[in-house]
Design a protein around this ligand. Structure first.
Ligand code: C5P
Length: 244
């Protein structure tokens, strides 16, 4: 039986990055925003501090959890980790596309029996790597070429989409089709500071380009009024979607 994908009935395109060391801070933010009003990304920092219990607690409150652990290991290990993540009831997980075809296929196959199964997303080239650093690790092509290559590989192996910059959405959709998901960090509402993001885009630019999910951290986690900041973000997204 084909597994039914955990395709989001989520009414929001927003995934809030819970980049906190303390589970209590993550809960406090989610209480303010509403557990079911957007997605929540639990990454290596919070997971390493608080473990799978924090994931279970979010899932139990009805949250859509993107478990951002970027698995990259031998195929059997990644497959087992993906199964363990699916058993936590998360909505989305991710792996490094540079783990190669066998690893990607094993990850995808490991989720085949999950009802519903988590969305499986690939990380292509970390945005912290420039072309000089890629050369240093033996990748002679430009980052753009490598991103395109790994995106096609992930699509070929049956993954559901990629994490990419809003500026890469058109190329991803052009290569792999509109249904291949794009999950885009680096979102800064108009007028917000850039923090350490270099190639940021506004929610309007991301939505017009076709972003399926916008990962937003500090503009919400550090807002004086996170609930208001989310409402303003949702209005901007809705306006952009209407005009697209
Ligand atoms: O605070 P900010 O909105 O910049 O947070 C963005 C989130 O997306 C962080 O959790 C960060 O690790 C993640 N991310 C990113 N750029 C990537 C991949 C992930 O900013 N290329």
């Amino acid at each position: 039986m084909a597994s039914r994908v955990n395709e989001s009935p989520m009414k929001s395109k927003v995934i809030v990055a819970l980049d906190y060391p303390q589970a209590s801070d993550a809960f406090a933010l989610a209480e303010q925003l509403g557990f079911a009003n957007c997605g929540f990304k639990i990454g290596k920092e919070l997971f390493t501090h608080a473990g799978p219990d924090v994931v279970r607690a979010f899932v139990a409150r009805g949250a859509k959890v993107f478990l951002d652990l970027k698995y990259h290991d031998i195929p059997s290990t990644v497959a087992a980790a993906c199964r363990a993540a699916a058993a936590l009831g998360v909505w989305m997980i991710n792996v490094h596309a540079s783990g190669g075809r066998d690893m990607l296929s094993a990850a995808r196959a490991s989720l085949a029996g999950c009802q519903p199964r988590p969305l499986l997303i690939a990380v292509t080239v970390l945005t912290s790597l420039d072309d000089a650093q890629l050369r240093e690790i033996g990748v002679g092509d430009s980052s753009a070429t490598q991103v395109a290559r790994l995106t096609r590989l992930a699509h070929d192996c049956g993954l559901d989409g990629v994490v990419c910059s809003p500026h890469e959405i058109a190329a991803v959709k052009g290569d792999c089709g509109a249904a291949f998901l794009t999950v885009t960090p680096g979102i800064r509402p108009t007028g917000a500071g850039l923090d350490d993001q270099h190639r940021a885009a506004t929610p309007t630019v991301a939505v017009r380009a076709g972003s399926d999910y916008l990962v937003v951290g500090r503009p919400l986690t550090r807002a004086a009024d996170p609930r208001l900041a989310l409402a303003e973000l949702e209005s901007e997204i809705a306006r952009a979607a209407r005009e697209t």
